[in-house]
Design a binder for this molecule. Structure first.
Ligand SMILES: [Cu+2]
Length: 162
């Protein structure tokens, strides 16, 4: 039962990931709101980076990121190692709160929207991924899961860049 469910989920997910890939190769992956990034800029994997592990999970109706708060210095490059230890899909979307709230609204109309942009990653249960990011702007930003209901259930973390 579990196996066929997992297979069904995989098959459903496939067309989306293929589409996302095609978009990238055509250089069309950037949606209007992704053309610039509110929390800094995509990093350069050939340059040194601080490693930050982020675990995503859910227990008893609460969803969370560990850690929930990070402090960075302007100019820091970070390699986020993302682990989904939960039973549901989760995503890590690094942006300003304003941008994430707008994005969350869009996702209510399109909950299966997949993210594989330089500032975001969606991971299935027990999957991991990484993002290399450079914090080029001072301020307060957030990483949130924009799958409907998840941010509201606690899936939000704060990054303070000084
Ligand atoms: Cu989530």
């Amino acid at each position: 039962m579990n196996k066929s469910k997992a297979l069904a989920a995989l098959l459903t997910a496939l067309p989306f990931s293929v589409a996302a890939h095609d978009g990238k190769h055509n250089g069309q992956a950037a949606d209007h709101h992704h053309a610039t990034f509110s929390a800094g800029e995509p990093g350069d994997a050939s340059q040194p980076a601080q490693i930050v592990k982020v675990i995503m999970s859910e227990t008893d109706g609460k969803m969370l990121f560990v850690p929930e708060r990070l402090e960075m210095k302007k100019g820091d490059q970070v390699k986020f190692l993302l682990y989904n230890r939960g039973e549901l899909d989760h995503e890590f979307v690094l942006a300003s709160t304003v941008e994430n709230l707008a994005h969350a609204e869009e996702m209510k109309n399109n909950p299966d929207m997949t993210h594989d942009d330089p500032n975001s990653k969606r991971l299935g249960p027990k999957r991991s991924g990484e993002i290399v990011w450079r914090f080029t702007k001072a301020g307060e930003f957030e990483y949130a899961c924009l799958i409907p209901g998840h941010r509201e259930a606690g899936m939000i973390g704060t990054v303070v860049v000084k």
